[in-house]
Design a protein around this ligand. Structure first.
Ligand code: ADP
Ligand code: MG
Length: 224
């Protein structure tokens, strides 16, 4: 199922993306302008206005941050890489956020996978795992555990991220991964889209199962 995009197709995809991004950034900018004007004409609601303005600025910042990651060199740099070690590194990073909510991140794997190596673009894969862990933490926001389970599955390595968060409905599951789909006040709706793109480039797959009020599991399958 590999297909190279025609040049004209590539351009229209880019144009569409640019239009979407411009729109997503203009919304918070318009709101910033409005609240700045309100704030200038009022003394009593300044704190509320400032809070909203800060949220809008954070949102623009998050969108730009994710776009910068996207715009990094296009050619992927595939190399053999030790997966367990890579996940360990990512967990260390995610833990700085997880501890704030008393969330524990536990990784389990079959002993013989300790040195398992896969052909991948290390930084891109890290980005995927960080995004999934970040989403898990954001879905929980209270103490609990995120389990990461690594195992062999036919010719794939299966890496499951299971959280104890709010979960998703069927309708929500249909929407995730679509550009700018977010249910968060300060979300970008770019995280999963980026994850799906990166895993597709690795000839892998992402499966999701979720139950409202119980939690969500994202399974990443990578050729092994
Ligand atoms: P963002 O995190 O900026 O909202 P994402 O693309 O990462 O964008 O996620 C899109 C949406 O998918 C989230 O807003 C949320 O509604 C849903 N989602 C993603 N991961 C989870 C999860 N682990 N648990 C519950 N909902 C999730
Ligand atoms: Mg996200």
């Amino acid at each position: 199922s590999e297909r190279k995009l025609q040049h004209s197709e590539q351009l229209s995809v880019l144009g569409e993306l640019a239009a979407g991004i411009a729109h997503e950034i203009r919304n918070p900018l318009t709101s910033l302008k409005g609240f700045l004007q309100l704030s200038a004409g009022s003394t009593k609601n300044k704190d509320t206005y400032n809070e909203i303005m800060l949220l809008e600025i954070n949102r623009i910042n998050a969108i730009v941050g994710e776009l910068l990651l996207l715009s990094k060199p296009k050619e992927m740099d595939f190399k053999p890489c030790k997966v367990i070690h890579l996940i360990d590194t990512v967990v260390t990073i995610a833990n700085t956020q997880a501890v704030l909510y008393n969330i524990e991140i536990i990784m389990e794997y079959e002993k013989d996978l300790e040195a398992a190596s896969i052909h991948c673009e290390e930084n891109k894969l890290k980005q995927v795992f960080i995004n999934l862990l970040k989403n898990g933490i954001e879905a929980m926001k209270k103490e609990g555990t995120i389990y990461i389970q690594v195992k062999k599955k036919n010719h794939y390595l299966s890496i499951v991220f299971q959280d104890e968060g709010q979960g998703m409905s069927e309708a929500q599951l249909q929407q995730i991964g679509k550009r700018f789909y977010t249910t968060k006040e300060d979300g970008t709706g770019l995280g999963l889209m980026i994850c799906y793109n990166i895993i597709a480039k690795h000839n892998g797959q992402i499966n999701v199962t979720s139950e409202v009020g119980k939690g969500t599991a994202f399974e990443v399958l990578l050729p092994y």
